[in-house]
Design a protein around this ligand. Sequence first.
Ligand code: GDP
Length: 364
Amino acid sequence: GFGCGIVGLPNVGKSTLFNALTRTAAAQAANYPFCTIEPNTGEVAVPDPRLDKIAAIGKSAQTVPTRISFVDIAGLVRGASKGEGLGNQFLANIREVEAVVHVLRCFDDGDVTHVEGTIDPVADADTVNTELMLSDLSSLEKRVTPLRKRAATGDKNAKAEVALMDAALEQLNNGKPARLADIAETDLPAFKALNLLTTKPVLYVANVDEASAGTGNDHSRRVEEMAAAEGAGCVVISAGIESEIAQLPDAEQREFMESLGLKEPGLDRLIRAGYDLLGLITFFTVGPKEARAWTVEKGARAPQAAGTIHTDFEHGFIRAQTIAYQDFVALGGEQAAKEAGKARDEGKEYVVADGDVMLFKFNV
Ligand code: GDP
């Protein structure tokens, strides 16, 4: 599956947020199979109002949302890149996720100790980011030396890899994450394959106090500015509130959120932002038994989409009947879409669009 790693200094609200996420997931478990993969990993449903619309039109007995996972990555302290605390373990865990959710403490609460002494989310972000950059620097420096030697002998592959490493090193040596390097589209897969920590997309979570849940506060506004300057995402949330919402029965959740001026749980915004951050899109299948949302990466072709349902579907792929979400809803379902000529027969090269309602034809 696709995973977001939750990182941040100690005592910023990571576990509170993670527990709220998994409690929400546990509450949803009545509707669909839920599994906790490991104690620190939780899968959550991706909220998507389109799924309910499709199910209503298709008269499906149930809905099955698509899911992403969140991993609570504990143990980052200053010096992690030198092995302080659980440094090495921590960095290894980040290597395994596709995106980073970076939680920053934006709540003032005298009862909760701050490891650095003062509430300064921008300085905290800097502490964490510095550890990630130092770790990338030392890993690159180790790898690039032997490669340079091979490149000097005329090895073309080595040369190409050195060029990518140099692009990353240039950013890192300037105190910037490697993801800001200007890499040609065609080189991006190889650049990602360097498996650096700072090439992963980042979403900052400004964890504000309960009273600022609907409005944000001065700390979170600084975080928003920083995120914008870095081209990173940002979600303002109160982990404390989210944890309370997640414990309430459905009927009481809405009332509680309204009393706080919230339109929806912040977790829903966070999950969707995580999904976008991972570069994921959704396609749907619909039938009398269930309407279901499935995940593919942006740019995936029809056979890959078929493969997310079953590997046999990918190998035996013939074609995909595809109806755009808008057409499916506006026309009122598959039959009407067919009659209006809006059910396209797409082949192997078709690039899946977000919201497509698909039906695969395949050989077994
Ligand atoms: P972690 O070390 O980053 O996982 O942080 P925790 O989730 O364990 O939170 C550390 C402390 O901060 C706990 O006492 C939490 O109850 C408290 N905390 C977390 N989020 C909030 C919040 O939104 N508001 C307030 N007031 N306290 C919070």
